[in-house]
Design a protein around this ligand. Structure first.
Ligand SMILES: O=CC(=O)O
Length: 291
C-alpha cells in the first residue's frame, strides 16, 4: 500500500492489524493515527516493522504471534536445507529440460550432500530455533551448535545443544541457519568476514529477515566458492525482482517469505492477532504482548 494511502487509512483508528509485508508503525504512523489508538496487532512473530519503544511511550499496546508458527517455520527450514543439499530445483529442472537422459544412468549423476552426520549451527535460539533443533536431531545430524544473545542452558540441556561464539560456530558448521530477530546487533551478522570464516562446503539457510545477511557479500561468497549454497526464505528487497542475480544461481534456493504459510498456522496466527487486538481494545493484558 502506498505510504499516503496507508497514513490516510490509519487516521482515527483504535486498533491496527498489520503484517510485515503490509503495514508498519513508526512515529509518523502513531502521530497520524491519533491518541485514540490503543493497540497494534501484528500477524507475525517478527516485529522489526514496529517501533515498539515509541508505541510503549504513547501507551499503545503491541502484540505479535510467537510459538503458533514455530513448527511450520521449522518444517520449511528443513525443507530449504534439504533442497539445497540435494540440489532439488536444479535436478528437477533436468527433467523439465529433458536432460536427465544425458546422465545415461550414471551412479554419480544427481549427487548432492547428506544432512545426516552434518554439524549444524543455529543463530538465534527462540521458539523457532528450538523447533528447528528438534527436527535436526531427528535427521541424525552430528551435532547442533547455537549462538544467541543470551545462553539458553535449559533448552540446550534438554536437546543436547552446544553453545558457541559466532566465530566458532561459523568455522565448524556445514549448515548455518539464521533464526534470530532482526535488530541492530543482528543486521548483516552474515557478511563478507563471516563467509570467509565458513567452510567452502557450507550452506546457509535464512528464515528470519533478509537484512540478517549482507546480500551483496553473500552473492560474492557464492560466486567465489567461499561457501557452497544458500536457501533463502527472506531476502532484500521483498519481493525480489525476478531477474535478480540470486535467481540465476543454481546453488541457491529461493522461496517467497512463506515459512509460516500453511493454512493451519496462518489461521492460528490470525486468531492470536484478533485476540491481541480485542484484549487491547478492552484494556485487558494481551495474550502475546510485546509491550
Ligand atoms: O516473517 C514472518 C513473521 O515474522 O512471522
Amino acid at each position: 500500500m502506498p505510504q499516503d494511502e496507508y497514513l490516510r487509512r490509519v487516521k482515527g483508528v483504535h486498533a491496527l492489524c498489520i503484517h510485515p509485508g503490509v503495514g508498519h508503525v513508526d512515529q509518523e504512523v502513531l502521530e497520524t493515527a491519533g491518541p485514540q489508538l490503543k493497540v497494534v496487532g501484528t500477524m507475525s512473530v517478527g516485529y522489526d516493522h514496529i517501533d515498539v519503544a515509541a508505541c510503549k511511550a504513547k501507551g499503545v499496546k503491541v502484540g505479535n504471534t510467537p510459538y503458533v508458527l514455530s513448527d511450520s517455520v521449522a518444517e520449511h527450514t528443513i525443507c530449504l536445507a534439504l533442497m539445497v543439499l540435494r540440489r532439488v530445483p536444479f535436478l528437477m529442472g533436468s527433467i523439465v529440460a529433458d536432460t536427465w537422459k544425458n546422465n545415461k544412468g550414471s551412479a554419480f549423476a544427481s549427487l548432492g550432500a547428506s544432512l545426516h552426520g552434518k554439524t549444524v549451527g543455529i543463530i538465534g535460539l527462540g521458539g523457532i530455533g528450538k523447533a528447528i533443533a528438534e527436527r535436526l536431531i531427528a535427521f541424525k545430524v552430528n551435532k547442533v551448535i547455537y549462538n544467541s544473545r543470551t545462553q539458553k542452558p535449559d533448552v540446550a540441556k534438554l536437546l543436547g545443544l552446544e553453545f558457541a561464539t559466532l566465530d566458532n560456530l561459523l568455522s565448524q558448521c556445514d549448515l548455518v541457519i539464521t533464526s534470530c530477530d532482526l535488530n541492530e546487533s543482528t543486521k548483516h551478522i552474515l557478511n563478507r568476514e563471516a563467509f570467509k570464516k565458513m567452510k567452502k562446503s557450507a550452506i546457509v539457510v535464512n528464515i528470519s529477515r533478509g537484512p540478517i545477511i549482507e546480500q551483496h557479500h553473500l552473492i560474492e561468497a557464492l560466486q567465489n566458492g567461499e561457501i557452497a549454497g544458500a536457501g533463502l526464505d527472506v531476502m532484500t528487497p521483498e519481493p525480489l525482482p525476478f531477474d535478480h542475480p540470486l535467481t540465476k544461481m543454481p546453488n541457491v534456493v529461493l522461496t517467497p517469505h512463506m515459512g509460516s504459510a500453511t493454512w493451519e498456522t496462518r489461521m492460528a496466527m490470525g486468531d492470536l492477532t484478533v485476540k491481541n487486538i480485542i484484549a487491547g481494545l478492552q484494556d485487558q493484558p494481551l495474550p502475546a504482548p510485546l509491550c
